[in-house]
Design a binder for this molecule. Structure first.
Ligand code: HAM
Length: 415
């Protein structure tokens, strides 16, 4: 029969990678808790309309990358490409869009992108959303959380790029100038950029077209249109957090989702190659309104766990202390399982591998050595009669001692 393989861009994750992902989520949740954020879980499937109205009809996500299908009721559903839209939808649905919420989430996201290093069709994000907070201290709080991630994960070769997209007024004035400036270049735009020009000209700023980029570099810059308060915010971010994180002002940073207003930021790493951005976010004051909710200013970010994994290259801090526990006959198994249960509850840092099969003691010792066990605990006939366990060390000294059950619990606790 033909074998069935996994879907392209949706890898199976084993051992070190799986370990690292769970470790990362532990570290991140610790940081989020320290900022008094509350955890939220929204569904993986949502109505397609949610993403069309949030990430934007012109965004790559909705145009090319979304996994959509009709369910049995002919309703168009989509696998979530990101977490922000679902969180805001949920707060509106619960009629909580008139108060403040500091939330974090984590889970798989789906985008139909061309798979390559650091780019998958199923990947994991951890994200933070501060809802109900207008521009000011919440922007600094968000950068402070990002900063903690940089510090805790020791992300030395990374840079945090920041920009400000202005409010409606600034944006309108800037766009008018930009469109005027682009007039002479209009005929040279590729099809993709032509569409951006009609639907969301701001997105032209991060165009991949080198000639357009050169042209734009000499054109109007959004920074020249910002108010004093908006410029002050960028200054404050640099002066407070610049000592912990390398921060770079980048006036071409607009981000790929249409919902952003105000501060936007992205963290990039020199160790990632083409997909160099591992964290992205910004302010999205209009999203709640666009989704039928009340006016609710908000700011947030998300971090890609697989990309972090690539940067950090498995700094595995999980315990690698293995102990093998063996018996020499099945009549000892009931006792051995009871002891194993007790041992684990005394020290969850140890990987206790039980081997109570019918294999010979010699085979069991060989297997323990192959597993990299530090010690083997043995219950044979003699130990069974005397209520003891033999501890054999696999270190160079190779000692062997006989211990009572109480002694072995104490020993296990302190390994
Ligand atoms: P985003 O920049 O689209 O923002 O994604 C955030 C992070 O998810 C990226 O920096 C990257 O690490 C990871 N990521 C995105 N696509 C892929 C992929 N195909 N494979 C692997 N990793 C990927 C958002 O999703 C916004 N919701 C962030 C946000 C929250 N803005 C405000 N609040």
């Amino acid at each position: 029969m033909d074998k069935i393989s996994s879907i392209r861009g949706m890898p199976d994750v084993f051992e070190a990678d799986a370990n690292y992902l769970s470790e990362l989520s532990e570290i991140l949740s610790k940081i989020f808790l320290s900022h008094n954020l509350k955890e939220v879980n929204t569904p993986i499937l949502e109505q397609t309309e949610l993403f069309v109205r949030s990430t934007g009809a012109t965004s790559d996500i909705v145009n090319k990358e979304i996994y959509s299908f009709n369910d049995r009721n002919e309703q168009s559903l989509s696998l979530r490409p990101e977490g922000t839209a679902g969180v805001v939808r949920s707060i509106i649905q619960k009629k909580l869009d008139n108060s403040e919420h500091k939330l974090w989430y984590q889970g798989p996201m789906f985008r139909y992108e061309r798979p390559q290093k650091g780019r998958f069709r199923q990947f994991n994000q951890a994200g933070v959303e501060l809802l109900g907070f207008s521009e000011g201290s919440s922007d600094l709080e968000i950068i402070s959380i990002v900063c903690d991630i940089f510090i805790e994960l020791e992300l030395e070769d990374s840079v945090l790029k920041i920009n400000h997209l202005g409010d409606k007024n600034t944006k309108e004035r800037f766009l008018a100038e930009l469109l005027k400036y682009l007039k002479t270049f209009k005929g040279k735009l590729n099809d993709n950029d032509k569409e951006k020009l009609t639907k969301n000209p701001l997105r032209l700023l991060d165009s991949k077209d080198k000639d357009l980029q050169d042209f734009l570099n000499k054109g109007p810059k959004i920074i020249d249109f910002l108010t004093t308060e908006q410029l002050n915010l960028l200054d404050m971010i640099q002066s407070i957090f610049g000592r912990y994180v390398e921060i770079e002002l980048d006036s071409s940073l607009v981000r790929g989702l249409d919902y952003y207003t105000g501060l936007v930021f992205e963290a990039v790493s020199k160790n990632l190659g083409a997909q160099d951005s591992f964290l992205g976010g910004g302010r999205y004051d209009d999203l709640s309104r666009d989704l039928g909710g009340k006016e609710m200013s908000a700011i947030g970010f998300a971090i890609g766990l697989e990309r972090l994994n690539l940067i950090k290259k498995h700094k595995n801090t999980k315990s690698n202390k293995v102990i093998s526990f063996v018996t020499t006959s099945s009549k000892m198994n009931a006792l051995a399982f009871k002891i194993a249960q007790l041992l684990r509850s005394h020290n969850y840092d140890i990987r206790l591998e039980t081997n109570f099969t019918d294999a010979s003691l010699k085979a069991k010792l060989r297997k323990a050595s192959k597993l990299g066990a530090k010690f083997v605990f043995i219950i044979g006939e003699e130990e069974f009669e005397s209520n003891t366990i033999t501890v054999k060390s696999f270190d160079e000294d190779g000692y062997q001692v006989n211990m009572s059950f109480d002694e072995i619990l104490d020993f296990y606790k302190n390994i």
